[in-house]
Design a protein around this ligand. Structure first.
Ligand code: PMP
Length: 441
């Protein structure tokens, strides 16, 4: 039933909304009240085509009966079970199922509740792993400019989004950053860009500066999503892997967005054929239905902790809701849905159509770049004089009015629709965006 929550701004006061211009929103709220398959329904009864899979998470679309039923059944059967020194079957089953689709070499799953927690968990495991092996001087963490790794202190420290860092003090000590890979000469590339593999060599400079024996891990998104779909140049990730391996540095892929089919393989590590030591994931793990994240590790990472007396806790880390049974039920039903409908490879099947449609936007007013891979894409707009971000935000507002959901970051429009999207819906999404862009000031 559509709810009438549109009118009185005073009713909206208490909720301090995340990553939102609260005053702008509350003066003209965009209220979603229902979702089914590819569409949201707004409070005023309009249907909005979901061009972003919620927040890059609802990979199987919305209101999928199998997931709904699994969650309902699990809530009724056992709503919660302690996560420490106790277990329940679904947590073990889901971990095995994740390992089955993960890159060869990934053998263990540590659960948490979000991408941010997965990142902080992976960073802590990296530090503890070196210490467990007698290399406790390896404490330095390396992220990348324009990287997004969630909002925990670890994540914003290794992250490279200026606004997410600058208001929050001195953050983690001993963090360094690689340069981002967003190069103007790659503008309008279809798929993986040609230029920039050598940017990985910056890691050699950081190693020379600090000494490999002080560096624990490098964390990167194989494809940076939140800062505007920045694709890895050809050969870049391979180079990063070579250099990290050479110096005994762990490589962590943050696959919170790329995990679960976004690029046409279960994980980006498989797509790019580069094997990290750990993978962080969340979002698509449960189709966004119940919060859940995970860190996936190799046996070499896990086994280093499985020493010492058996009764002693091996890793002093975990969450009340690690492996929550309802989340596990959602995860299993989600993986079933992905498997049954071939969704983990569907982005590859749709890529050519997606690419063609998206690059049709080239030449429209203000469009500086179009880029794509799998079922993700971005359109970068020229900023308005003195008002960065305003033009793309205006596009977002108008797109919503026109019936499509897009996401903006700065002056970049990003899209990552559910993997169930039809080619006709791709055309509708991009066609509507074209109309919006054409009419922009
Ligand atoms: N890492 C990456 C790569 C992400 O894209 C995100 C979320 N967009 C996060 C971490 C944080 O995830 P969460 O919002 O679930 O904490």
């Amino acid at each position: 039933m559509p709810l009438d929550r549109k009118s009185a701004p005073n009713d909206l006061r208490a909720f301090w909304m995340p990553f939102t211009s609260n005053r702008q929103f509350k003066s003209a709220p965009r209220m979603l009240v229902a979702a089914k398959d590819m569409h949201y329904t707004t409070a005023d009864g309009r249907h909005i085509l979901d061009g972003t899979a919620g927040l890059w998470c609802c990979n199987a679309g919305h209101g999928r009966p199998r997931i709904t039923a699994a969650v309902q059944a699990q809530v009724a059967e056992m709503d919660y079970a302690p996560a420490f020194q106790m277990g329940h079957p679904l947590a073990f089953e889901l971990a095995n199922r994740i390992v089955d689709i993960a890159p060869d070499g990934i053998e263990h799953v540590f659960y948490c509740n979000s991408g941010s927690e997965a990142v902080d968990t992976a960073l802590k495991i990296a530090l503890a792993w070196h210490r467990a092996r007698g290399e406790g001087a390896r404490t330095r963490l390396i992220g990348r400019e324009r990287g997004y790794h969630g909002v925990g202190f670890g994540g914003i420290s290794v992250g490279g989004i200026v606004n997410n860092r600058r208001f929050f003090g001195s953050l983690l000590a001993g963090v360094d950053h690689l340069p981002h890979t967003h190069l103007p000469q790659n503008a309008f590339t279809k798929g993986q860009p040609d230029h920039g593999a050598d940017l990985a060599d910056e890691l050699e400079r950081i190693v020379a500066l600090h000494g490999a024996e002080t560096i624990a891990a490098v964390i990167v998104e194989p494809m940076a999503g939140s800062t505007g779909v920045l694709l890895p140049p050809k050969g870049y990730l391979q180079r990063l892997r070579e250099i990290t391996r050479k110096h005994g540095i762990l490589l962590i892929f943050d696959e919170v967005i790329t995990g679960f089919g976004r690029l046409g393989s279960p994980f980006a590590a498989q797509h790019f054929d580069v094997m990290p030591d750990m993978i962080t994931c969340a979002k698509g793990l449960t189709n966004g239905v119940i919060p859940m994240g995970a860190v996936l590790t190799t046996a070499a990472i896990h086994d280093a902790f499985m020493q010492g007396p058996e009764h002693v806790i091996e890793l002093f880390h975990g969450y009340t809701y690690s492996g929550n049974p309802v989340a596990c039920a959602a995860g299993l039903a989600t993986l079933d849905t992905y498997a049954e409908e071939g969704l983990l490879t569907r982005a590859g099947d749709l890529e050519a159509h997606w690419q063609e449609a998206l690059h049709g936007l080239r030449g429209l007013p203000h469009v500086l770049d179009v880029r794509n891979m799998g079922l993700i894409g971005a359109v970068e707009l020229a900023p308005m004089e003195g008002q960065p971000g305003k033009r793309a935000f205006e596009a977002f507002l108008r797109a919503y009015e026109a019936g499509i959901l897009i996401r903006v970051t700065g002056d970049i429009i990003a899209m990552s629709p559910p993997l169930i999207i039809s080619t006709a819906q791709i055309d509708e999404l991009i066609g509507t965006l074209a109309e919006v862009l054409t009419a922009l000031d």
